[in-house]
Each structure stands twice: as C-alpha cells, then as structure tokens.
Design a protein around this ligand. Structure first.
Ligand SMILES: Cc1cc2nc3c(=O)[nH]c(=O)nc-3n(C[C@H](O)[C@H](O)[C@H](O)COP(=O)(O)O)c2cc1C
Length: 178
C-alpha cells in the first residue's frame, strides 16, 4: 500500500504540532510540504494528479484554521479535482482510494456542551462529502485536539500514534453521520 501525506501548513518549519507529527513518520512515508511547493498558490495540476494516481491512501494533514483548513488546501481541491478526472463522466481517477484527514484543532472544546458546539468530524463534513463525490473511502480522521496547549510528552505520544495509524493497513471508515 502506498501512502502519501500532503501537509498544508503555511509555515511547517515553525510549526510545533504538525512538524512533530511529520517527523515521527520517518522515511517510509512520502511527505509533501505543499506550502513550500506552492508558496504562490499556483498549483501544478498535472504533477498533483500523478501523485494522487500513484497512491492507495492519501492523507491531507493540516492545522484547523477557522473551523476548516488553511487556504492552500481549498485552492488545491479547486484546481486538482477536475470534472472528468475526479468526478463526473469518466471521472474515476480516485475511485476506491482511501482518504484520511489528519487535523489539529488548537482548541479542545469540540462537543455539544463545549463552546465549539460541533464535533471535529462534523466540521470536516465538506471533506467527507467531497470524498463521497469522488468515490474515495473516507477513513476515520486522525484528530489532535488541543494542539495549542498540548504538552510535550502527550505530543510525542500522539506522533507515535499517528505513525501507527498510518502504518495500519485495515483502517475503519467513518459512517455518514458519525
Ligand atoms: C489563522 C488561524 C486560524 C485558526 N483557527 C482555529 C480554529 O478555528 N479552531 C481551532 O481549534 N484552532 C484554530 N487555530 C489554532 C491552530 O489550529 C493551532 O495553532 C494549530 O493546530 C497548531 O499546530 P502547529 O503547531 O502545527 O501550527 C487557528 C490558528 C490560526 C493561525
């Protein structure tokens, strides 16, 4: 199984959480720092498609920004998921591949009774709906809550869990309304 990890962090070098997660992965995974590749947001669509076609599992890793993702990920989706390739007539390029969202919300209140009110998986529904449209298998997201305040030991343990999760061949799909 080939897994690629596309990291959308505007400044990965100065990130604490996402950098630690990436560093734990080691050489066996292909990690692409998307903001470093596309600082001007001009995405090389043909190259991106080739990477996606070559993978069985595609991981989109990012810090939560405004209950969503950093802007480059949205641009990347807009540009790369073309009609006739990702969806629509003849658009089967990603069919049956796995999609995994790995997100780090800074806060830790994603519960009905918490200030954020909604769970993280609820906030990620646009990705889940997109996955459905492009016929991918939407895996249970890997969520690092409380990223703004997570302690060092907990972060290192979470990074190890990330590596273990990505190394697991049979991962569970997320139900439509889970
Ligand atoms: C522009 C911006 C928007 C953010 N929006 C949210 C948000 O909506 N919810 C949240 O929990 N954290 C939010 N955060 C906090 C980040 O998610 C948090 O700092 C990040 O996950 C930490 O990871 P890092 O060390 O890799 O940067 C935001 C941070 C920035 C800079």
């Amino acid at each position: 199984m080939k897994t690629i990890i596309l990291v959308f962090h505007p400044d990965l070098a100065h990130s604490r959480v996402n950098k630690t997660l990436v560093n734990a992965l080691g050489q066996e995974f292909e990690v692409r720092d998307m903001y470093q590749l596309y600082p001007d947001f001009k995405i090389d669509v043909a190259t991106e498609k080739r990477y996606l076609e070559s993978a069985d599992r595609i991981v989109l890793q990012f810090p939560m920004y405004w209950y969503s993702s950093p802007a480059l990920l949205k641009q990347w989706l807009d540009d790369v998921l073309e009609f006739g390739w990702a969806y629509g007539v003849g658009g089967d390029a990603l069919k049956q591949k796995e999609l995994l969202i790995a997100v780090s919300p800074g806060a830790d209140n994603y519960r009905r009774e918490g200030f954020a009110k909604y769970t993280v998986t609820e906030l990620l529904r646009p990705f889940q709906a997109t996955s459905r449209l492009i016929q991918m298998k939407y895996l249970k997201p890997f969520i690092t809550v409380g990223a703004s305040s997570i302690g060092e030991q907990e972060l290192l343990a979470q990074a190890q869990k990330y590596k273990d999760y990505l190394s697991t061949v049979e991962l569970t799909l997320l139900d439509d309304f889970e």
